[in-house]
Write a protein that binds this ligand. Structure first.
Ligand SMILES: *[C@@H]1O[C@H](CO)[C@@H](O)[C@H](O)[C@H]1NC(C)=O
Ligand SMILES: *[C@@H]1O[C@H](CO)[C@@H](O)[C@H](O)[C@H]1NC(C)=O
Ligand SMILES: [Cu+2]
Length: 200
């Protein structure tokens, strides 16, 4: 029985390695700005990790915009907002899917922004999939919908777009079925379980 459990665990690991957690990447490179942001699937949500340099200390609006057209950052469209909500902050219960709040740069001449958090709204599959859309860094602080001007509820009044990059596939290289809204490794695991127990 222990032997069987070990076999099952091995099978699960193998499947996880084959299907894998999805990871997406966006590079923000525009003039002096230089940054890389990774989006990695976790059980709790999508882990967002990034390092960006090139701006002075302060807060700058940070969103996923709806289009993957980066001819200029302005051609990336509005915030990704499939539910037609008002703009808000990342931790607000009602927000644009693409509302990631602000990026905070610290330091003097060579300010740097380093962040690492898990967001429960953006995803790499299903309706809130951000793949192929554009990550945008703004020139001003996002007021998180609280600024009291019209733009607060649409853009956070974060001003122009300083840098942007399309969110693309980092891993795995195999085809992504964007229609699947559940992690395929779970489905495969259940299949393997069924096949396995039918032999016992
Ligand atoms: C951007 O930053 C990375 C390190 O994060 C560095 O390796 C790369 O050379 C930089 N690129 C430019 C154009 O500054
Ligand atoms: C910023 O500059 C001030 C003096 O101009 C200095 O005291 C401080 O340590 C510097 N901070 C950083 C993070 O470099
Ligand atoms: Cu934006």
């Amino acid at each position: 029985m222990i032997y069987h459990s070990v076999l099952l665990l091995l099978a699960f690991n193998l499947i996880n390695n084959v299907t894998g957690q999805r990871t997406a990447i966006a590079h923000l490179r525009d003039g002096v700005v230089n940054g890389t942001v990774l989006f990695t699937e976790m059980d709790e949500g999508l882990r967002v990790t990034g390092i960006i340099t090139g701006l002075t200390a302060g807060e700058y609006g940070f969103h996923v915009h709806e289009l993957g057209d980066t001819d200029t950052c302005d051609t990336a469209g509005a915030h990704f907002n499939p539910d037609g909500n008002n703009h808000a902050g990342r931790e607000d219960p009602v927000r644009h899917v693409g509302d990631l709040g602000n990026v905070i740069f610290v330091g003097n001449d060579t300010a740097i922004a380093v962040f690492d958090y898990v967001d429960t709204v953006i995803a790499l599959r299903g309706r809130n999939d951000i793949l192929g859309r554009t990550l945008v860094l703004h020139e001003e602080r996002d007021d998180l919908g609280l600024g009291g001007v019209d733009a607060s509820l649409t853009t956070g009044n974060a001003g122009g777009r300083v840098a942007c990059g399309v969110i693309g596939i980092k891993y795995p290289a195999e085809p992504w079925n964007s229609a699947a809204s559940v992690n395929p490794s779970l489905v495969l695991f259940i299949l393997v379980l069924t096949v396995f127990f039918s032999f016992m």
